[in-house]
Design a protein around this ligand. Structure first.
Ligand SMILES: NC(=O)c1ccc[n+]([C@@H]2O[C@H](COP(=O)([O-])OP(=O)(O)OC[C@H]3O[C@@H](n4cnc5c(N)ncnc54)[C@H](O)[C@@H]3O)[C@@H](O)[C@H]2O)c1
Length: 422
């Protein structure tokens, strides 16, 4: 199998990450063009892949105007910017690696699905967690029949308080109108995992949640609108930008996002914090997405799931799967899967070394970012043998679970998935 030619639309956090993978795996992929309006990001991909000037565009439309110049297009722009390029690239005959969420409305997600099916191109939505060793192992255990028939699942997504403040209070996904409801932006991963692990369709959903903490009423007394403007709480506030973006414990990807630069220096970070959205007091932003939400789900055979997503933790997912023959307690944070067998009454604990496969998957999303890239290569070449690939129609259904949950939260009623779009 030869290497696949790739064009990248949107070279932010995700586009650059996939671009780096391609550079590290030249036997699999060759990036031949990029579209990205921000110079530092576009130049990063240009240099990484030695692209000529004429293959570097400021807008995805200019790249699309070249016609089909590669096998796959990676669509890595913001949530509300997937629909138009996805339809255009499908029309051109590209296969797609499409960032999640597919689009912020059910209609747009359906139209992308129908267009790809009609054209016969492959679209892999970036449900990256499926491709991690951790969730693959859980799936394998279920398929092997270890827990018998799955009856009930409790699944928790700990967003993490710092991550919440960066992405969902100050950052890109803070505002529903600008991006998407948080249950879609953050938890379409989880809805996808649940439907995949249970291997059943969700039929009903009910949800509660709201934005309670990250709002003006909770701003500490005397806090200025920006952390760097002499905030008296800088030493004690969990969300002081000095702590999160500067100094030795700063989070590198926060710094990259704040500066819109793959190589953020302190100078660039300070400039961004003084003037940009990431420098604002976490209690005085224009955020409206929830900081905690729960969803109850009923599946087609009557099995059930309770899901909780919230900001008030260090971060990490925990999944408890209960079946007719045993139960699995799976904690991403400790990298352990505990299996209790009803027949023997014994508990087996699988730790990281029992779960890891032979290929080093790296760190991004627990290895999922690399995992999806290896799988994509085989999927496009029709050689994929695993069980993680998510067909586009399934992605659409998983997205519907999020839309329905959000509708339930807003109207305060149980919502049926079937016929939801109408
Ligand atoms: N799969 C995952 O686990 C995962 C994780 C994080 C984000 N995401 C999703 O990936 C997508 C991108 O997220 P990100 O963090 O990389 O965002 P980002 O804002 O860092 O990157 C988006 C890029 O698109 C560029 N862009 C804007 N207009 C453009 C145009 N007209 N033509 C070409 N490029 C244009 C922006 O300049 C920016 O660099 C989002 O939909 C997000 O929700 C997925």
């Amino acid at each position: 199998m030869g290497r696949l030619k790739v064009v990248i639309m949107g070279a932010g956090g995700r586009g650059c990450g996939y671009g780096r993978f391609c550079a590290e795996h030249p036997d699999l992929y060759e990036v031949v063009a990029v579209a990205e309006p921000i110079d530092a990001r576009r130049n990063y991909i240009k240099e990484l892949h030695n692209l000529p000037d004429e293959m570097c565009f400021l807008d995805w439309k200019d790249l699309a105007a070249q016609g089909k110049i590669a096998d796959i297009c990676f669509i890595c722009m913001q949530d509300a910017m997937h629909y138009e390029p996805a339809l255009k690239c499908i029309e051109l005959g590209y296969h797609l690696l499409l960032e999640k969420p597919m689009a912020p409305t059910p209609r747009e997600c359906r139209e992308i699905t129908e267009a790809a099916e009609a054209k016969g191109v492959k679209v892999l939505v970036c449900h990256v967690l499926r491709y991690t060793d951790f969730y693959q192992k859980i799936k394998d255990l279920i398929v092997e029949g270890k827990v018998g028939e799955v009856m009930s699942v409790e699944h928790r997504e700990g967003v993490g308080n710092e991550h919440q403040s960066h992405s969902f209070v100050r950052g890109m996904w803070r505002n529903t109108e600008e991006s998407a409801p948080m249950i879609l932006a953050k938890s379409c991963h989880d809805m996808d995992l649940l439907q995949w692990l249970m291997d059943k369709k969700c039929v009903k959903t009910q949800s509660f949640g709201r934005l309670s903490h990250f709002c003006k009423a909770n701003a500490p007394a005397g806090a200025p609108a920006r952390c760097l403007d002499g905030c008296p709480h800088e030493d004690t506030c969990f969300y002081s930008v000095k702590k999160l973006y500067l100094g030795e414990n700063a989070t590198f990807w926060f710094r990259r996002a704040a500066t819109e630069n793959p190589n953020p220096t302190d100078e660039l970070v300070i400039e961004a914090l003084k003037n940009g959205k990431y420098g604002r007091c976490a209690y005085q932003c224009d955020n409206d997405v929830v900081d905690h939400q729960t969803v109850n789900m009923e599946f087609e055979d009557g099995s059930t799931c309770v899901f909780s997503m919230n900001a008030f933790n260090k971060g990490g997912r925990v999944t408890h799967i209960m079946g007719t023959k045993g139960e699995l307690h799976c904690d991403v944070g400790t990298d352990t899967i505990e299996y209790f067998d009803f027949a023997t009454r014994e508990t087996t604990v699988l730790s990281k070394s029992d779960i890891a496969r032979s290929v080093d998957m790296g760190d991004g999303h627990g290895g999922g970012d690399s995992g999806i890239m290896f799988a994509l290569y085989e999927y496009i070449n029709d050689t994929y043998k695993g069980n993680a690939i998510c067909e586009l129609r399934t992605s659409y259904e998983n997205h519907l679970m999020c839309f329905a949950a959000e509708a339930s939260r807003l109207i305060g009623k149980v919502v049926d998935i079937e016929g939801f779009e109408e």
